[in-house]
Design a protein around this ligand. Structure first.
Ligand SMILES: [Fe+2]
Length: 367
């Protein structure tokens, strides 16, 4: 069944979610046609503000027999539903690894001392958002690897080219840890670093050979959230912020020598062009859900969808938006010009401006 909304709140709800789509959806100025199933099961129905909730309630009133939208946060479903770490499915980590990672990965020097390894990756096993590891060569010569991805022969060769001294393996947050064991096995002298809660999460996964039981050498928590004092060489080159107010416990690195900010899920920059550059056809999945997800995680133009997503959902995911704002202000105080996210394209030269745009409300207050 197809319903037509003319003017009014519902139309604007959908317009809000679709205006910034990269490929665009053509909207007549006074009329939009959707199916009730499409609307009620889409992330439009998951917008986390009272403003939008009232519209969802209206939709429920209009279509009482329609299937209910799932009661999950669009970005952060309950742990048991996370494809990253499904506890009862031993093959889940295998699904995260491209069958032939060597053929799809892109290894690139972003700066003289910073190398990225970009790979395809599907969110919810449907939406192409890409994944990325960042390898940083410290002034001392040691290497730090942030959010490791599959360790291929080509990546090993790059490590060797960079001196081969892998000193630090860093889980960017409680989700970006799948490949730690693989890297730790290859480079046993490297220190394992992650946020609080991650060791317990890994130990609870008992049926996945990818997830080992290694002890962490350094855990970030509230007490050391702003410290880079893992070692003298680490502190010499990095500033660190643990965003404790983020549900995923984001570890954000600022590599001072090359002015590079590195983060996992704090902000995305979709679409993931580089990550799918060797297999662009694999990006043609996800349909409408992908378009909506991209619109909510794009940094293009005014990026209102992205700003709203972070303000209403992410920054309050631990009921501590003031704490989130404090973390953002500290990061904004760092002198970076390149921003490397794990999901989506790297922003070179204008990273600070883009960061300031996306987090404007957190830095300057919401107008
Ligand atoms: Fe992520």
């Amino acid at each position: 069944m197809t319903h037509v909304f003319r003017g009014g709140a519902l139309r604007h709800t959908i317009i809000d979610a679709t205006l910034a789509m990269p490929n665009g959806i053509s909207l007549a100025p006074r009329q939009l046609t959707v199916t009730k199933k499409t609307f009620l099961s889409s992330p439009c129905a998951l917008f986390p503000s009272f403003h939008h909730l009232s519209r969802i309630i209206t939709a429920r009133y209009l279509f009482p027999s329609a299937p209910k939208a799932p009661r999950v946060n669009a970005l952060y479903p309950p742990i048991r539903n996370l494809p990253h770490i499904h506890r009862r499915n031993a093959t889940m980590s295998e699904k995260l690894i491209p069958k032939e990672p060597s053929k799809v990965q892109v290894i690139r020097n972003v700066t003289p001392n910073v190398v990225t390894v970009s790979v395809p990756f599907l969110r919810f096993e449907k939406i192409p958002i890409g994944g990325r590891a960042t390898i940083i060569k410290l002034t001392s010569g040691a290497l730090a690897v942030f959010s490791p991805v599959a360790l291929t022969d080509e990546v090993k060769a790059k490590i060797t080219e960079l001196g081969g001294n892998v000193g630090y393996l860093i889980a960017g947050d409680i989700e970006h840890h799948i490949f730690l064991t693989q890297w730790k096995t290859e480079y046993p002298a490297a220190k394992l670093i992650g946020p609080k809660g991650l060791p317990e999460r890994r130990k609870a996964i008992t049926n996945d050979p990818m997830i080992g039981k290694e002890e962490f050498d350094f855990l970030y928590d509230e007490k050391n959230a702003h410290s880079a004092a893992i070692s003298d060489e680490f502190a010499a080159d990095f500033e660190v912020e643990l965003v404790t107010a983020h549900k995923n416990q984001e570890i954000v690195l600022f590599y001072k020598p090359d002015r590079v900010l590195i983060e996992a899920d704090l902000m995305f920059n979709l679409p993931p062009t580089e990550q799918y550059s060797k297999v662009p056809e694999q990006k043609n999945t996800g349909g409408l859900l992908k378009k909506i997800f991209y619109s909510l995680n794009s940094t293009a133009g005014p990026a209102k969808g992205h700003k709203r997503l972070i303000w209403f959902a992410i920054s309050n995911s631990n009921k501590d938006r003031p704490g989130f704002n404090e973390s953002i202000k500290r990061i904004h105080g760092w002198d970076f010009n390149t921003l490397i996210p794990c999901h989506g394209d790297t922003i070179e030269g204008t990273g600070k401006e883009t960061f300031a745009k996306i987090f404007d409300w957190h830095i300057n207050g919401k107008k």
